[in-house]
Design a protein around this ligand. Structure first.
Ligand code: DQA
Length: 142
């Protein structure tokens, strides 16, 4: 079975309640339940943290034993050299996902410490970005 780890950064635990005009009305738990139904051939693990070091640890923990990591480092995307270094350090390919179109927002969101080390990035397509990233890993494996 294809093994995919989803790792979400700070404030993404509030999806559904948080700035719904930007991030939508759906909670990540509801979305994940649907994602699991849509991809029965994938074993997902899910980790969310508001703490930078815990995200680095999760990237390391999943970085040598999964087929893919879908990573939304949230605000740490724009600030964290440590998360960028962790993505560069591991073997598992990483797809960076952002729910909103970070390029259409404030200038500080245009900087990513992760993009150059990821296989690719999906931005601005809402929660669907996680499904599209999953599809890419599935197509690569088959
Ligand atoms: C985000 C975009 C980031 O700029 C922001 O800090 C987030 C969420 C997104 O998914 O659109 O928390 O990563």
């Amino acid at each position: 079975m294809l093994q995919i780890a989803i790792i979400n950064g700070p404030n993404l635990n509030l999806l559904g309640k948080r700035e719904p005009g930007v991030y939508g009305h759906e909670s990540f738990d509801d979305f994940l339940a649907q994602l699991k139904k849509d991809f029965p051939q994938v074993a997902f693990t899910y980790f969310q943290s508001n703490i930078e070091g815990e995200l680095v640890q999760a990237i390391q923990d999943h970085g040598f034993n999964k087929d893919g990591i879908i990573l939304n480092p949230a605000a740490y995307t724009h600030t964290s050299v440590a998360i960028g270094d962790a993505v560069a350090a591991i073997q598992t390919p990483v797809i960076e996902v952002h729910i909103s179109n970070v390029h259409a927002r404030e200038d500080f969101r245009k900087i990513s410490h992760v993009s150059a080390k990821a296989v690719g990035s999906i931005v601005g397509l809402g929660l669907n970005g996680y499904a599209l990233a999953t599809e890419w890993f599935v197509s690569k494996k088959s």
